[in-house]
Ligand binder design. Structure first.
Ligand code: LLP
Length: 449
């Protein structure tokens, strides 16, 4: 139980988050009450300064590490974590590139002003139409994921006379998740080429006029703490990298994303400078041991840039005390739920919540924050402690909802998706409008339009 159930844990909440008059939560200089009155609830709030700060910190940390080890680095923001044209503009302004994994993400990145040459395009099943579009607009790098995709791209570049830079996604057999990593010879999953199949694929790519092979790509998982998994994976990939040098240049190496963040006070992610130095030094040492040149590096963080920049504001609707064997749990129902944040239901993900309309004054009680959906697994925050005087009508904020919440959102139970509002320097503005009931009805062909 925390000493103070009103505290805003450093690193979990945006840097700007603090308690203003009456203990009201303020983010980006705008109070929770003002946000709720202006835009309603539920509401996804994104602290623009925090997104930019994290993007530039990441870039600076990796550039510092790369420079120290005699190479260069590009940071691609992984758009799957949260993508809209405003975020694209912010990360481009901070000197990042953007990683997309579908034709839809590609269009948002382009609409946000990305130069196609700044984009990387992933995905294990890119359609011919998606690949044609990517080649036509001049996407910087396409990350090839299968033999079939090599032939699809070969046909496209031969038909269009284009030149396309490509990487090959390999599966290093390292799978990292939060505190642990597993290393096996063959990982049983859909992405990439097993290491022992990759050389043949690269040889095939090198035969194709119009495809320019630039290097290997590897992504070992998401929400990873520590550097051990990245170091192990880099060492395995560097063996292949060295082998490929016999057949031509391999100027780049992309080690993916996956840097973990703090969702609750229990999480202790590796500081970004330590992570950057730990990973880049592993590559540099691995290259020195093999007598090869350190390739230009690339990374693709998503969550680490937007996760802690986002909070979700809800209004408390009902509360209910349920007796447990030796405690009482207060169920606190809010006006959203698994439609705006599916991660607790999908992954058992942990979140933390705080009263936002005011500080509470009563002793903390054990709560479970739940949504309004017809499903007992509709959990927003599995457990946390909140002031016992919380009541219907209070605003509740959930921290660290910036990544993989809006992108995984749904209209389950015909609940409209909330707007996304950016806050910075005391001002707020809608960056993605909320859905309306008309939006929900618009696709039903049985309704006369
Ligand atoms: N690069 C590749 C090739 C990826 O597949 C991913 C994430 C990333 C970069 C970015 O990973 P990040 O830095 O954001 O961890 N929906 C799940 C996460 C799925 C991640 C998929 N790939 C979640 O909500 O936890």
């Amino acid at each position: 139980m925390p000493d103070d159930a009103n505290d805003l844990v450093e690193g979990v909440w945006p840097h700007s988050a603090h308690r203003g008059d009456g203990g009201e939560l303020v983010v980006g200089g705008v109070s929770a009450g003002e946000l709720a009155r202006t835009y309603g609830t539920p509401l996804q709030v994104l602290d623009e300064t925090e997104v930019r700060r994290r993007a530039s910190q990441l870039r600076a940390a990796f550039e510092r590490a790369a420079q120290a080890h005699g190479t260069s680095v590009r940071i691609y923001y992984a758009g799957k974590a949260l993508l809209n044209t405003s975020i694209v503009r912010w990360v481009l302004a901070e000197g990042l590139n953007v990683d997309v994994c579908t034709g839809g993400e590609l269009e948002v990145a382009l609409a946000g002003g990305a130069d196609a040459a700044q984009l990387g395009f992933h995905g294990n099943n890119k359609s011919v139409a998606e690949l044609e579009r990517a080649v036509a607009v001049g996407v910087g790098t396409i990350v090839i994921d299968s033999d079939i995709e090599i032939e699809r791209l070969a046909a496209i570049v031969s038909r269009t006379d284009a030149e396309q830079r490509v990487m090959l996604r390999v599966n290093s057999g390292v799978h990292a998740e939060t505190h642990d990593f597993l290393a096996t010879a063959h990982e049983d999953q859909k992405f990439g080429f097993p290491l022992d199949r990759a050389a043949a694929a690269v040889a095939r790519i090198r035969e194709i006029e119009g495809l320019v092979f630039v290097g290997l790509h590897c992504h070992i998982g998401s929400q990873i703490f520590g550097v051990a998994g990245f170091r192990e994976s880099a060492s395995r990939v560097l063996d292949l990298h060295q082998q490929l040098l016999a057949g031509g240049d391999v100027p780049q190496l992309n080690l993916g994303g996956g840097f973990g963040i703090a969702y609750t006070r229990a999480d202790d992610p590796t500081p970004i400078g330590e992570l950057a130095e730990g990973i880049v030094s592993a590559v540099a040492e691995g290259c020195a041991a093999r007598g090869t040149r350190v390739p230009a590096l690339a990374f693709e963080p998503g969550r680490a840039i937007v996760g802690n920049a986002g909070i979700t504001l809800y209004e408390i609707g009902t509360t209910k005390d349920v007796a447990l064997e030796n405690a009482t749990r207060r169920y606190v129902s809010v006006d959203g739920g698994m439609s705006d944040n599916a991660r607790p239901a999908l992954y058992g993900a942990a979140y933390s919540a705080r009263l936002a309309s005011r500080s509470g004054s009563a002793d903390p009680v054990l709560v479970r924050v739940v949504g309004k959906h017809c499903e007992s697994g509709d959990i927003v925050v599995d457990h946390d402690y909140l002031p016992g005087d919380l009541a219907p009508g209070d605003l509740l904020a959930v921290a660290a909802t910036g990544a993989y919440c809006a992108p995984l959102s749904s209209n389950y139970n015909h609940v409209p998706r909330p707007p996304i509002v950016a806050v910075a320097d005391g001002a707020s503005r809608v960056i993605v409008r909320g859905e309306t009931i008309d939006d929900l009805l618009a696709r039903d062909a049985g309704i006369a339009q």
